[in-house]
Design a binder for this molecule. Structure first.
Ligand SMILES: [Zn+2]
Length: 926
C-alpha cells in the first residue's frame, strides 16, 4: 500500500499495479488479454445468474484449448461454431460492463488500464465521497474474476492489433523494440503475435492470473483527497482479502552486448529524407550513474534547445537532431540512450551526421562543457522533477513506475537530492562508461512494413437482453450509504485572484502551495488579420533579440533555469515562462526584450517553408490527422481552422521583416496573464509594467464560426487507399445550447449515447456485443463564447472499424440514433458521470488561473461549472428522453467514410442520401 493524501485535490486517484507484463508471457499477449478480461466482472458482478452461466463458461474454456491443439481448418471451423453457440447461450446471463458502470455510479472517471513490458496497471479517479465503494469494487474485481464475453473481447483485441498495424508510428516502435531487445523476453510486442492471438488458451490465462495476481506481487497506490487514518480499516476490510500467495519468480532478462558492426534498417514511409540513430545501453534508476546520465542527456538536449546535440540543428549542420533516454519509464532491467539526426536536404550525408553526433558525445566524455552549462542542466532537471511531483496525476504514475521497477520511493526522492553534489568528473565518467563501443546503429530506409492482418472468425454477434437489469451485487451495494456528489469549484477571489494590468490587460494569479516554481503565461487574444502560418509556432525556436542571438538568448534563460515556449495560432499568440520564483524578475526582463525587439533570420523562413512542405507530405499518412480535418471541413466548411493557414504560394514571398511584424502585431490583442507562484501580486504587476503599459490592445469577441448545415443529407468521402481501417460516422446539426438546461440535457444525452467511455450505447452495441470497432464516440462543435451560444451546434458520431465492416458499422450507428435503446440505470449513470467529470476534472492550482482567465474571456463571471452542475442535478430521465425525441431521433443526418473507397460498395451507400461529396487532400488541408 502506498498512500499519499493531498487535501488540496477535489478527487483521489487509485492505481493497482501488478508486476506482470509482456515479459512474463513472451509473445502470447496473455498479460494484455487478461487486462481486458479484468473488466468483465466476477462471480457476483456482471451476471444475472452465475450458477447457470458457469457450466457454459467452463465448456467454452475447454473448446478454446481444443482449438489451440487443432490445425485442420475444417475441424477448427467446427470448434469455432461450437464456441460461438456456447457464447450466445452464456451471454444471456451477462450484464455488460457492470463493473465500470458501478464505478461510474460511485464517482469514478478515467476508468482504464494498460499493460506494459514489466507491469499491468488498473487505474481510475474518484470523488472522495465514494472511497468506500471504490475500495469495495476494486478489491472485488481481483477476487474470483470471471472470464466472460471471451469471444467478443478476443475480437476486440484483434481489432486493437489491426489498428496497431495500421499506425506507422506504432509499427515502427514495435520493430525498434524487436531489434533493440533481440534475444530477450522484451523482444516481443505486448499485444502478442498474430499466431498466438488466433489460438488463445483460457487455461493458460487462468494459470497466469493465479501466479501473478497475488498480494505479494501487487501494490495499491492512492493519491489525493482522503485521510490516512480513516481509510486503513477500510483497506484491511477490502484489499486485505486478496490472497497473498507466493512472490512469483520471473525469467531474468539477458541481453547480449550491442553490436556496432551491423547497420540496422528502419523502414519509414517518407521519401527524400535520410536519418541515423545510435542506441546505447543506459542505466536504470537502480544503477549508480542514473542521475549523472540524466544530467548528461540534458547537456545534449534540453527544453531551451541549447544542448550540444540541439546545436547541430540550431546551427543548421543537420535538419533535425535529438537525444533521449535514461528514463525510468522504459523497462525494469534495461535502460537505453539514443541520439539521432536527419541530415540536411538535399546533400547532407548520414556518415557526416553520425560524425557530428559522435563529436558532441565525445565533448561530454572529455569534459568539453562549461561549469555554467552543467549547473543549468542540473537546475533544469531539478525543476522537471519538482514539476512531476507537484500534481497527483504525474506523482501517482511515478509511484507506479517505481513500484513496478523495484525502486523504493524514498530512494527515488533521495536520487533527486544528490544533484548538487554531482561534479563534472561524475558526468565524464558516466559518459565514458555508457557511450562506449557497444551500440546499435540504425539507418532509415524508405519503405513500409508488411501489415499482418488477423481476420475475425465468422461468428454471429452475441445478444444480451438484460437492459435495465442489475446484479444482486449492485442492488446490495446501492443499500449502503451513498452520499450525493457535491462537486468542488474554483472561486474568483478565493483560489484565483484577479486584477487589471491596464486597458485590455488582466492578471489572474494562484498561490503555489507545493514548490518554488512559477508559471507565467501571457496570452494575446486576437483573430490574426493575416492568415496564420502553420509552422509559425516554430518561430520560438529561432527567435532572438536585437542584442542577443537565439543561442545567446537560450543560454541566458537556461542559466536562470527558466524555459520559454510559445504558440501562435488563429485565435492569438501565447508565451509561457516556467522557472524558479527567485529568477522571475530576470526572466521577465528577457521576455520583455524579446517582445519589444524580436529578431529572426532567413534560416527560420527557410526552415518554416521546408517544414510546411514536409507537413504536406506527412499529412496523407496519418489517419487521425485526416479524420480531424474531414470533421472540421464538414462542420465549418471554408472556415475550418486548417484552411485559414497561409498557402505555400504566399509563404514563399515572406521576408524576415514580415515575420517580425506578425510577431509584434500579435501583441495588439487583448492580453490575459496567468500566474501560479509565490511572488506577491504587487511585485508581479510592477515587473510586468514594461509589457503591459502600452494602450494599443483591442477587445476580443471570439472567432466567428458557424457550423454548416448541409441542404440535403450528404455522404462525405475521403479516400485513403492503403488503409486497413476505416473511420465512419454521422453528422447532425442541433439547436443552440443557449441555456444551462439545454446544455445539461445535451451533455447527459451525449454521455449516454456516445461519450460515457465504456458505458455508452455506442460502445456496448458496436464493441462489446459485436466487436465491430475498437474506438467509437461522439464529438461536438459547440460555441465557446457565451454571447454566441445562440448558434446551432454540430454533433458527430465516429467509429474506427475495418474496411469490410464499414457499412455494417454505419448502418448500425444510424439505426441506434433512430431507435435508441433506453435503460434507466444507464441514463442515471450518464447524469452521474457528468457530475463526476465536473468534480474530477477541477483544475489543479497550476491550471486554475488559466482556467478562470479563459472563463472570463468567454463571458462568465464565475466558474462556469457551477451553473452547469446545478442544471445537471435538476434534469430528469424523462427530459433527456424528450430532448432525444425532439432534436436527434428524426433530425436530418449526414454521413462520412474515410478509408479505402475501392472496397466500399457505392450502390449500398445510396440509401443514406443522393448527395455525395468526395474530399481531396487540397479540400481539407493547407
Ligand atoms: Zn488493450
Amino acid at each position: 500500500m502506498w498512500l499519499n493524501p493531498d487535501s488540496t485535490e477535489s478527487k483521489f486517484i487509485g492505481y493497482v499495479v501488478v508486476k506482470a507484463g509482456a515479459r512474463d508471457c513472451p509473445n502470447t499477449g496473455i498479460a494484455h488479454y487478461f487486462e481486458h478480461i479484468m473488466f468483465k466482472g466476477t462471480q457476483q458482478i456482471g451476471t444475472t445468474d452465475y450458477a447457470k452461466e458457469k457450466p457454459l463458461l467452463d465448456e467454452i474454456s475447454k473448446q478454446y484449448n481444443l482449438l489451440s491443439q487443432t490445425t485442420d481448418p475444417k475441424q477448427r471451423t467446427t470448434i469455432q461454431l461450437q464456441i460461438n453457440k456456447l457464447n450466445q447461450q452464456a451471454a444471456r446471463y451477462v450484464i455488460p460492463n457492470e463493473f465500470s458502470k458501478l464505478l461510474t455510479r460511485y464517482g469514478g472517471t478515467g476508468i482504464n488500464a494498460y499493460t506494459d513490458l514489466d507491469e499491468t496497471v488498473y487505474h481510475s479517479e474518484c470523488a472522495p465521497q465514494y472511497i468506500a465503494q471504490w475500495c469495495q469494487l476494486n478489491s472485488d474485481r481481483f477476487i474470483n474474476p470471471v472470464f466472460r464475453l471471451f469471444q467478443g473481447e478476443l475480437e476486440t483485441v484483434y481489432e486493437e492489433k489491426n489498428r496497431a498495424e495500421d499506425n506507422f508510428g506504432m509499427q515502427l516502435m514495435e520493430h525498434l523494440q524487436e531489434m533493440v531487445f533481440k534475444g530477450s523476453n522484451y523482444e516481443y510486442p505486448v499485444i502478442g503475435s498474430t499466431e498466438n492471438l488466433k489460438n488463445p488458451r483460457l487455461s493458460d490465462m487462468e494459470a497466469f492470473y493465479r501466479k501473478y495476481y497475488v498480494a505479494n506481487n501487487m501494490a495499491l497506490i492512492l493519491c489525493g483527497n482522503f485521510k490516512e487514518k480513516d481509510i486503513i480499516p477500510l483497506l484491511e476490510k477490502t484489499f486485505g482479502r486478496i490472497r497473498s500467495g507466493e512472490t512469483p519468480m520471473r525469467e531474468p532478462i539477458n541481453l547480449a552486448d550491442f553490436n556496432p558492426n551491423r547497420t540496422l534498417k528502419i523502414k519509414i514511409p517518407f521519401p527524400l529524407i535520410k536519418a541515423s540513430a545510435l542506441v546505447f545501453r543506459g542505466p536504470t534508476p537502480r544503477d549508480r550513474d542514473y542521475t549523472a546520465m540524466q544530467i548528461a542527456m540534458h547537456l545534449l538536449s534540453n527544453s531551451n534547445n541549447s544542448g550540444l546535440i540541439d546545436s547541430l540543428s540550431s546551427h543548421h549542420h543537420v535538419m533535425y537532431s535529438m537525444a533521449a533516454g535514461a528514463d525510468m519509464f522504459m523497462t525494469r532491467e534495461v535502460g537505453l540512450l539514443g541520439v539521432a539526426a536527419v541530415p540536411n536536404l538535399p546533400f547532407g550525408s548520414k556518415r557526416k551526421a553520425e560524425h557530428l553526433l559522435w563529436q558532441q558525445i565525445n565533448k561530454l566524455k572529455s569534459g568539453e562543457f562549461s561549469a555554467e552549462s552543467l549547473e543549468a542542466a542540473k537546475t533544469e532537471y531539478l525543476k522537471q522533477e519538482k514539476l512531476k511531483l507537484e500534481n497527483i496525476n504525474s506523482r501517482i504514475s511515478l509511484m507506479a513506475g517505481c513500484y513496478a521497477r523495484g525502486i523504493d520511493w524514498n530512494d527515488y526522492i533521495r536520487q533527486i537530492s544528490t544533484l548538487p553534489q554531482l561534479q563534472k568528473a561524475d558526468i565524464m565518467a558516466a559518459c565514458q562508461h555508457y557511450f562506449g563501443n557497444h551500440y546499435l546503429l540504425f539507418h532509415k530506409k524508405f519503405g513500409k512494413y508488411k501489415k499482418d492482418k488477423i481476420s475475425k472468425p465468422p461468428y454471429a454477434p452475441v445478444q444480451t437482453d438484460n437492459q435495465n437489469r442489475q446484479s444482486d451485487y449492485a442492488v446490495q451495494l446501492a443499500k449502503t450509504a451513498t452520499p450525493t456528489l457535491i462537486p468542488q469549484f474554483i472561486t474568483l477571489g478565493k483560489e484565483v485572484t484577479t486584477r487589471q494590468l491596464g486597458p485590455q490587460a488582466d492578471l489572474y494569479t494562484t498561490a503555489n502551495p507545493q514548490n518554488d516554481i512559477f508559471r507565467l503565461t501571457l496570452s494575446w487574444h486576437q483573430i490574426q488579420a493575416k492568415k496564420p502560418i502553420h509552422t509559425m509556432s516554430d518561430l520560438f525556436d529561432y527567435l532572438g533579440t536585437s542584442t542577443l542571438s537565439k543561442q545567446a538568448f537560450a543560454k541566458q534563460l537556461q542559466a536562470l533555469g527558466t524555459t520559454l515556449s510559445g504558440n501562435y495560432a488563429l485565435g492569438g499568440m501565447s508565451i509561457q515562462l516556467s522557472g524558479f520564483d527567485n529568477n522571475l524578475a530576470p526572466s521577465i526582463r528577457l521576455l520583455t526584450d524579446l517582445l519589444q525587439h524580436p529578431k529572426t533570420d532567413k534560416k527560420f523562413i527557410a526552415t518554416m517553408k521546408k517544414d510546411a512542405r514536409l507537413g504536406d507530405k506527412f499529412f496523407g499518412k496519418d489517419m487521425e490527422a485526416i479524420h480531424e480535418a474531414v470533421l472540421d471541413e464538414i462542420a465549418m466548411g471554408d472556415k475550418a481552422f486548417e484552411l485559414q493557414n497561409m498557402p505555400t504560394s504566399e509563404l514563399k514571398r515572406l521576408q524576415v521583416a514580415d515575420i517580425e511584424g506578425l510577431f509584434k502585431a500579435a501583441q495588439t490583442g487583448k492580453l490575459t496573464v496567468s500566474y501560479s507562484g509565490n511572488i506577491a501580486a504587487d511585485s508581479l504587476v510592477n515587473l510586468l509594467k514594461p509589457i503591459t503599459e502600452g494602450e494599443n490592445r483591442q477587445d476580443y469577441k471570439g472567432y466567428d464560426y458557424e457550423v454548416k448545415r448541409p441542404e440535403k443529407p450528404t455522404i462525405y468521402l475521403y479516400d485513403k487507399a492503403d488503409a486497413r481501417q476505416a473511420i465512419v460516422g454521422t453528422y447532425t446539426v442541433l439547436p443552440p445550447l443557449d441555456t444551462e438546461e439545454k446544455e445539461a440535457l445535451f451533455t447527459i444525452w451525449r454521455n449516454y449515447f456516445s461519450n460515457g467511455s465504456l458505458n455508452s450505447v455506442l460502445f456496448r452495441e458496436l464493441r462489446d456485443l459485436r466487436s465491430l470497432v475498437y474506438t467509437c464516440g461522439g464529438r461536438a462543435y459547440t460555441q465557446w463564447f457565451k454571447a454566441k451560444k445562440n448558434r446551432p451546434i454540430g454533433y458527430f458520431t465516429t467509429a474506427g472499424t475495418q474496411t469490410d465492416k464499414a457499412l455494417t458499422t454505419l448502418s448500425l450507428i444510424d439505426s441506434l440514433l433512430t431507435d435508441m435503446p433506453i435503460d434507466t440505470h444507464d441514463l442515471q449513470n450518464a447524469r452521474q458521470s457528468a457530475m463526476n467529470n465536473i468534480n474530477n476534472s477541477r483544475p489543479t492550482f497550476r491550471n486554475q488561473p488559466g482556467y478562470m482567465a479563459e472563463a472570463v474571456l468567454e463571458g462568465y463571471t464565475e466558474d462556469p461549472n457551477k451553473a452547469r452542475a446545478a442544471a445537471i442535478s435538476q434534469t430528469t430521465n424523462a427530459q433527456v428522453i424528450t430532448y432525444y425525441r425532439q432534436h436527434i431521433q428524426h433530425a436530418p443526418r449526414s454521413y462520412f467514410i474515410i478509408g479505402n473507397l475501392k472496397a466500399i460498395d457505392r450502390k449500398a451507400l445510396e440509401r443514406y442520401g443522393k448527395v455525395v461529396v468526395e474530399f481531396k487532400k487540397d479540400d481539407i488541408h493547407r
